[in-house]
Design a protein around this ligand. Structure first.
Ligand code: BGC
Length: 727
């Protein structure tokens, strides 16, 4: 992978080992679907996939996960019977490129094919370009150019590949293939299939301006053709197949160049509102561009109440489920640049309230306990056995589902961030207030009154650091819970004061005695205080765990993919933690902790943190900016922003594949740049910035939307300038 240009990724040569990670690195997406960054001739063996947002299925007793559609962009060539695929013996060069300013990928592969011993080889050059349209989310397009230097016969084999890659499939059961003759366009192939669990129809159509079969080319001749693909499901429309045909027909009428231009313009428009410029550091600049590319690729702009899965649209890892990643790590980017997308995340949770109520009831609690791994309608996809023990091959009991109770508070935290930033109280009327109330009820019923210590505690939980399961009084969790009660009080008073109608509405949702009871609980919630040296104990008894170094813990591993947490994990009984926990607390509640305290905690916890989740660096970097550790913040910024570019991040938890893109990390990179180095915040509704940059950043410039108005903020020589932009 070379660092050429701040908007392109380029891989020269073909490495079989990188095919799967390239599927993530070269990903194309438009919020509706993600097309893995594989090559035209790739199939399910290469994890080629068109991943559909929000369409789920369970096959047998396997994990429920998102569905992949049949791939309409499949195509391969042979030359006089010799197959042409990247990596084949006759290949002489290969280049794969992603223009991530415009979401277009290109490949150029050259083969030198020998027909017989005596004849000189024929050079075949295949160049293709593909994109999934940002303008029409149901459209995929690709353009092929084939050039030869001597007369030869090529054979093209292409079509909709219904051999779909699945982690826990097959999800599509019946396949119907049909050819329709579309007036003025010609034959269009369509594959219709249905998911096994709930019969969702997935329809895919494909048009090619050339037919399959033999193609005679003379020396120096080039052949060019285009392919359009379209995908709809019955979740979009009852006439999915017909809609595919209409999309294809329109694309054919408009022509490839027009379709390309519209897609290109959409991307330019997205950058106008979100671009972040970093002067003097090309690597950082490229990394932030690429991070924002991934966020744009998965932003669900096409409907209301949609959210983003932890691995975006890069595949079925983590069951295509939504985690706290969206609310805490991705939402801030959208909130500050495209608040309607942030609102959609919250609507998704509001719509998921019935699922959260059912989950709380399942465990004997009241109110709303949100899914740790949320699928459609808030369905909890997290299993009780989320990790496989690498020694026995047996599923290992994990407690993420039942004990990571901070999830409901994360959702409320995000909702309040949205309300504070946008001033949009309508979300409270449209289910938001009810959601806060139900989350408060959940914590009220979970709370433990410790009579001896005269305080309310939260026992038997898991904080962000998943390596320590079933702990009590996790500082992060307790503070987040307290926030839920605070938010309820604020939301009630804010909305009640708008109008008598709103006051009546509030009273219809929550009555005075209930509020008083919540107030009392809130007063008694125990939030661990810093000890004299300033360090906050992550949970009861954390300081009594073995205090050893990360290297010690690592050296105890018997197998590389061993799970560090759980009962017997190497980190479980030590002070080594997976990811930011106390530091996440001190970032989310920055006003509660002074700089000296944050510094003490940073110094204590950072060296004990594995950063085993890509969510970790961002919290450490943000707090590092606050306490003036700018160079360390920059280092952590790069870990966040580069994770998908270099194909990093953990690939396995136990024996379970967890690879894919890391959009929370991308969102984290934005937060570090803009909220950390860029020092952006609102004060009384007005934009304020007091940026501080690492040494080699000459300037930082970013765009921000406040109250419908766009601003450009520039930090240079320790001076921050905020200018309104013409939109
Ligand atoms: C992290 C969680 C995160 C999940 C999905 C896990 O490894 O520990 O905090 O929500 O991955 O990204």
């Amino acid at each position: 992978m070379t660092m050429d240009g701040i908007w392109t990724l380029c891989e020269c040569g073909y490495d079989t080992e990188r095919v799967i990670s390239n599927g993530n690195t070269f990903l194309l997406g438009n919020g509706y679907l993600g097309c893995r960054g594989t090559l035209d001739e790739h199939t399910r063996a290469h994890m080629a996939a068109v991943n559909l947002a929000g369409v789920y299925d369970r096959c047998g007793s396997s994990w429920r996960e998102t569905v992949n559609a049949p791939n309409p962009l499949f195509g391969c060539l042979d030359c006089s019977g010799v197959p042409l695929a990247a990596g084949d013996g006759s290949m002489s060069s290969h280049l794969h490129e992603l223009d991530f300013r415009h979401g277009v990928s290109r490949r150029e592969t050259v083969w030198k094919v020998r027909m017989n011993e005596k004849a000189p080889p024929v050079t075949v050059i295949l160049s293709t370009e593909r994109f999934v349209s940002m303008d029409d989310i149901h459209l995929l397009a690709s353009r092929w150019t084939v050039t030869v230097d001597a007369a030869c016969e090529l054979t093209l084999r292409s079509g909709i590949d219904q051999e779909v890659y699945d982690c826990n499939g097959p999800h599509l059961t019946r396949f119907l293939r049909q050819m329709d003759e579309v007036p003025d366009i010609g034959p269009v192939e369509t594959v219709r299939a249905w998911t096994g669990e709930s019969g969702v129809e997935v329809a895919v159509s494909r048009f090619s301006s050339i037919s399959d079969g033999a193609i005679h080319l003379s020396a120096g001749q080039s052949l060019e053709f285009v392919v359009f693909g379209s995908v709809y499901t019955s979740q979009d429309t009852p006439t999915a197949a017909q809609s595919c045909l209409e999309t294809i027909a329109k694309a054919c009428r408009d022509g490839y160049d027009t379709v390309y231009d519209s897609h290109y313009r959409c991307w330019e428009h997205l950058w106008e509102g979100s671009e972040v410029e970093i002067g003097g550091d090309l690597q950082a600049q490229k990394a932030i561009n690429y991070s924002l590319y991934h966020l744009h690729c998965i932003a669900p702009r096409h409907g209301k109440g949609l959210s983003i899965a932890a691995r975006g649209l890069s595949g079925q890892t983590y069951k295509g489920a939504v985690f706290w990643d969206t609310e805490i790590f991705m939402l801030p980017f959208f909130l500050h640049t495209e608040p309607s997308v942030a609102r959609s995340f919250l609507e998704y949770r509001i719509n998921g309230l019935p699922g959260a109520l059912a989950k709380a009831a399942e465990y004997g609690f009241e109110g709303a306990f949100y899914a740790w791994e949320s699928q459609e309608h808030g369905y909890e996809a997290c299993s009780d056995y989320n990790v496989t023990d690498v020694f026995s091959g047996r599923p290992q009991r994990t407690y993420f589902r039942d004990k990571q109770i901070h999830i409901s508070a994360d959702v409320v935290y995000a909702l309040w961030e949205y309300v504070e930033y946008t001033g949009d109280l309508s979300i409270l009327r449209e289910g938001g207030l009810e959601m806060i109330l139900q989350c408060a009820r959940f914590y009220y019923s979970y709370a433990y009154l410790n009579l001896r210590k005269n305080r309310i505690e939260f026992l038997d939980v898991i904080g962000p650091d998943e390596y320590h399961e079933r702990v009590s009084n996790n500082a992060f969790t307790n503070r987040m819970v307290l926030h839920v009660f605070e938010v309820l009080r604020l939301a009630v008073s804010r909305l009640s004061s708008v109008s008598p109608k709103d006051k009546a509405f509030v009273e219809s949702i929550v009555d005075g005695p209930a509020l008083a009871a919540f107030e009392t609980v809130a007063q008694w919630i125990y939030v661990p205080k810093p000890r004299p040296d300033g360090v906050v104990e992550q949970f009861d008894g954390y300081f009594k765990q073995e205090d050893c170094s990360l290297d010690d813990v690592r050296s105890r591993l018997l197998k590389p993919n061993e799970y560090w947490g759980g009962n017997n994990g190497v980190a479980a009984h030590t002070q080594v933690i997976k990811q930011a926990d106390v530091i996440a607390l001190q970032q989310l509640f920055a006003d509660d902790y002074d700089v000296r305290t944050v510094k003490a905690n940073w110094d204590y916890y950072e060296k004990r943190t594995e950063h085993g989740s890509s969510l970790s660096s961002c919290m450490y970097a943000l707090t590092a900016c606050r306490i003036g550790y700018l160079e360390r913040a920059k280092h952590l910024f790069l870990s966040s922003a580069l994770v998908d570019m270099v194909g990093g991040g953990k690939q396995f938890a136990g024996d379970i594949y967890i690879g894919g893109t890391h959009p929370a990390s991308a969102g984290g990179a934005w937060m570090i740049a803009v909220l950390g180095f860029g020092g952006f915040r609102l004060e009384r509704g007005l934009p304020v910035a007091d940026g501080k940059l690492p040494q080699d950043w000459k300037y930082l410039r970013y765009r921000i939307l406040v109250d419908g108005r766009r601003y450009m903020v520039t930090i240079r020589d320790s001076v921050s300038v905020i200018e309104p932009m013409d939109v």
